[in-house]
Design a protein around this ligand. Structure first.
Ligand code: PEP
Ligand code: CO
Length: 459
């Protein structure tokens, strides 16, 4: 079909066809030969995930589009090579499990768990240049591209970083797979998922209560003769995701799936297109058009109905359920006005999508002491606004997408401990956007739980 921008969505696609399209947010590598060598090696390495897993995730996301599941996607804004420790991975995984337990218990539908983890190393930036004390340097674009340190050397894009990113993603993924399948996620361990530093907070205590209820339920079922050693008790499905921003890396990890003969981007299960790179004729859309993964599209205040309709046509011409997740990120003060016309327009196309809410990226502000921050109440308000829009439209919402961590950071203000601007410097550790800490994340799950109970009961 001929697009009005002159591009054809049925034109020949190849893993490299994005290279003929205009591209935004791409680093410039000075040493083309070094880049090519890294790409070639990456292309020879084992893929990180398997196409069958991506297909299974697509089925789960399709269930969410029908109101039969709820998606919880979360993790740091940017993963960092310097913070490559088992503790950080474990604690974030734990909080996601806790949140999923809270949400499953209230909504009574499966919660699809997706980490922004094991590959979230490339960042789009609003400015190419960062200025500090009058000194200008190229911006930091994520550890897969350059270093966060404010020196000319660190800020130079280095292709060798992509290889480092691959190996670190493999390490993170390995541990996530071990935790998912090796007993850590066993439902009988619900109490153990509570982090020590959260245990004595109101959120930790409320979680303990819920964990006890889950244990009682399991004991009751066992007494009734239901076997409690089924894999459903012992294992969780946990998927990985990141923004498919650095296309040389994504192309190098694209493979043809043996079972289907189709291409998959095997750097992660779920890949999304950011708000800055979603131009229908652009390179990122072109790349994602040809891989068969489930994909996300960020939908922000500047997204037009026309572009959204075009994107759905280009990226999901056959209207396959589970293929497209629309990630709304409007900002708390705009979501109630800007989302309804887009939701309605998509509905009118008759196409299947799964809508989820990213309450982070439309709510970034600068604190009085110059930290990039977000207010907990704005994050919560955007989720509530999103749910209201869906209730009014009579559509079941698909899920949420958070920037969060299991670490005890002080990056977002407000929340259970009423953090103020003055608290931000205490443990401000993010390399990019501010994340909800464990207590703030759990509080979001609790605040959401009553609403979800009502929404899913009504279905
Ligand atoms: C992100 O998810 O980290 C991000 C940059 O989001 P967006 O593209 O919505 O701004
Ligand atoms: Co971010």
């Amino acid at each position: 079909m001929q697009q009005s921008d002159g591009h054809s969505s049925t034109a020949e696609w190849s893993p490299a066809s994005w290279r003929t399209r205009p591209i935004r947010q791409a680093p410039h590598y000075e040493d083309g030969a070094a880049l090519a060598a890294v790409e070639e090696r990456l292309h020879g390495y084992p893929p990180l995930v398997f196409g069958g897993e991506a297909r299974r995730l697509k089925e789960r996301l399709a269930a969410a589009s029908r109101g039969e599941a709820f998606i919880l996607q979360g993790g740091p804004c940017a993963e960092s090579f310097g913070e490559f420790t088992g503790d950080i991975i474990r604690d974030t995984f734990r909080v996601l499990l806790q949140m999923a337990a809270v949400l499953t218990y209230s909504a009574k539908v499966p919660v699809v768990k997706i980490g922004r983890m094991a590959g979230q190393y490339a960042k789009p930036r609003s400015s190419d240049i960062e200025t500090r004390d009058g000194v200008e340097l190229p911006c930091y674009r994520g550890d897969n591209v350059n270093g966060p340190e404010f020196t000319a050397e660190a800020r130079k894009p280095d292709p060798a970083r992509m290889e480092m990113g691959y190996f670190q993603a493999a390490g993170v993924l390995n541990l996530l797979r071990a935790y998912s399948r090796g007993g850590f996620a066993n439902l009988h361990e619900v109490h153990r998922w509570n982090l020590d530093y959260v245990r004595n907070s109101p959120q930790g205590e409320r979680y303990e209560e819920l964990a006890s209820q889950i244990e009682d339920t399991l004991a009751f079922m066992k007494a009734c003769g239901v076997e409690d050693n089924a894999p459903q008790y012992d294992e969780v499905e946990f998927y990985t995701s990141h923004e498919a921003l650095l296309l040389p890396y994504e192309q190098a990890l694209t493979r043809v799936d043996e079972a289907t003969g189709r291409h998959y981007g095997l750097s992660a299960h779920f890949l999304w297109i950011g708000d800055r790179t979603r131009q229908p004729g652009g390179a990122h859309v072109e790349f994602l058009r040809g891989v068969d993964n489930p994909i996300g599209i960020k939908v922000g205040p500047t997204t037009t109905i026309e572009d959204l309709q075009k994107l759905l046509e280009i990226l999901n011409p056959e209207d396959e359920a589970g293929r497209i997740t629309l990630i709304s990120r409007m900002g708390h003060s705009k979501v109630r006005d800007l989302l309804p016309p887009l939701l309605e327009a998509v509905r009118k196309t008759g196409r299947t999508v799964t809508w989820i809410c990213d309450p982070m990226h439309g709510n970034t502000t600068t604190s009085s002491n110059k930290y990039k921050t977000r207010a907990f109440e704005h994050v919560l308000d955007e989720i509530m606004g999103f749910l209201e829009v869906f209730e009014q439209a009579g559509v079941t919402p698909g899920g949420i997408h958070l920037e969060m961590t299991g670490s005890d950071v002080t990056e977002c203000t407000g929340g259970p401990r009423c953090l103020t601007d003055a608290d931000l410097p205490v443990r401000y550790r993010t390399f990019c956007d501010p994340r909800l800490n464990a207590e703030q994340s759990l509080e979001i799950a609790f605040q959401l739980s009553d609403r979800l109970k009502r929404i899913f009961e009504k279905r």
